[in-house]
Design a binder for this molecule. Structure first.
Ligand SMILES: Nc1ncnc2c1ncn2[C@@H]1O[C@H](COP(=O)(O)OP(=O)(O)OP(=O)(O)O)[C@@H](O)[C@H]1O
Ligand SMILES: C[C@@](O)(CCO)CC(=O)[O-]
Ligand SMILES: [Mg+2]
Length: 343
């Protein structure tokens, strides 16, 4: 039997990064999905122990680990499809060894974090049983839309269903998407968080939570509040195609926080207030067009306050001044003194 699970990406409206340091953040699921399909294979069909296989369909890459090799590296793991235990440093090192010899193109070396998360989740939940997982995704990877969380959530959902730990026994028999119950979602979310930790370092848990539970949420210190919005919020998302690595960005923010603890505490406090206000604006009951427009203006302003970058502000101020007939020079300060040029 094949199990398929799909999980959405997300957009963070306010509180990104600050949420890792205890501020509130607001996030919403978006209707772009990662789908993980899983088929358990009969052991020893070819006289051998079989293999754990991963087919990353979008990148055209497939990976295979003979079960005997997985067992030699990790020992008799798995079958603990209850509450997860985090991946220990020793386990992570053993998983990293399993990546050696896999042909990951240099240009896609970032996939190794996802492969490590896959191996940890697969072997912890199913042990060294042979099986094949196929992953497809609508999401750009490493673009801030929660591709890592959607990967971990959909994979955990498929693995836990195959292990019989979650899901309706036998399913409805119909080829349609079914929803998990609340306890099942909690369990999937806990496993996905362990996967996210392998990919992100020290995530807050907001991405896997919103991917698991969907909807629009406020998230603070691991606590999730569902935001009830009677009018849908529409967003236009633009992928700049400028790649970034969330793990490195997270580490950068933490280092800055330890270099400037007081200033950064104020920043995190300000972001917390923005997220709290944004949450209440989302929940405002908008009865008419005017109210909806003013709600959208408030959301836009709060999002801009959260995201504000010096470059955007400079551009805006300059455009405004120039529209009133002033002339602006955007200059770099602190540059060189006298220079000469000989013809
Ligand atoms: N479909 C996928 N297949 C394999 N690996 C994936 C997939 N999606 C995500 N990953 C793993 O997750 C990593 C990207 O995670 P990262 O957290 O840096 O970006 P993101 O999740 O897209 O953005 P953000 O966390 O800021 O929302 C990839 O480098 C890869 O290791
Ligand atoms: C940057 C961050 O705030 C969201 C990543 O999409 C990290 C996290 O909360 O774990
Ligand atoms: Mg991520």
């Amino acid at each position: 039997m094949e199990v398929r699970a799909r999980a959405p990406g997300k957009i963070i409206l306010a509180g990104e990064h600050a949420v890792v340091h205890g501020s509130a953040a607001v996030a919403a699921a978006i209707d772009l999905y990662t789908t993980s399909s899983l088929r358990l294979l009969p052991a020893g069909e070819d006289g051998g122990a079989g293999a754990v296989e991963l087919d990353l369909r979008d990148s055209g890459l497939t990976f295979s680990w003979p079960c005997s090799r997985v067992r030699a590296a990790l020992g008799e793991v798995g079958g603990k499809a209850g509450a997860p235990t985090p991946c220990s440093p020793d386990e992570l090192a053993a998983v990293a060894k399993l990546l050696e010899g896999q042909e990951i193109p240099e240009a896609k070396i970032w996939l190794s974090a996802g492969l490590s998360a896959f191996l940890f989740l697969y072997t912890s939940i199913l042990g060294c049983r042979p099986g094949k997982a196929v992953v497809t995704s609508d999401l750009p990877i490493g673009a801030g839309l929660g591709s890592s969380a959607a990967f971990c959530v959909s994979m955990s959902g498929a693995l836990l269903t195959a292990a019989g730990a979650v899901g309706v026994a036998g399913g409805s028999g119909a080829e349609e998407w079914e929803l998990f119950g609340k306890d099942d979602l909690e369990l999937v979310n806990q496993w996905a968080f362990q996967g996210e930790k392998i990919i992100h370092g020290k995530p807050s848990g907001i991405d896997n939570s919103v991917s698991t539970f969907g909807s629009m949420i406020k998230f603070k210190k691991g606590e999730l509040t569902n935001l009830k919005s009677r009018n849908p919020v529409k967003m236009l998302i633009t992928d700049t195609r400028v790649g970034r690595n969330t793990k490195a960005l997270l580490a950068g923010v933490s280092e800055r926080a330890s270099r400037h603890p007081d200033a950064m505490a104020s920043v995190f406090n300000a972001v917390n207030s923005i997220s709290e206000e944004l949450s209440s604006v989302v929940e405002l009951a908008a009865e008419d067009e005017i109210a909806i427009t003013s709600r959208e203006d408030k959301l836009a302003e709060l999002m801009e306050m959260n995201q504000v970058s010096a470059h955007t502000v400079l551009e805006k101020v300059a455009t405004e001044l120039e529209s009133h007939g002033f002339r602006c020079f955007k200059v770099e300060v602190g540059g060189r003194g006298l220079q000469v040029c000989r013809a």
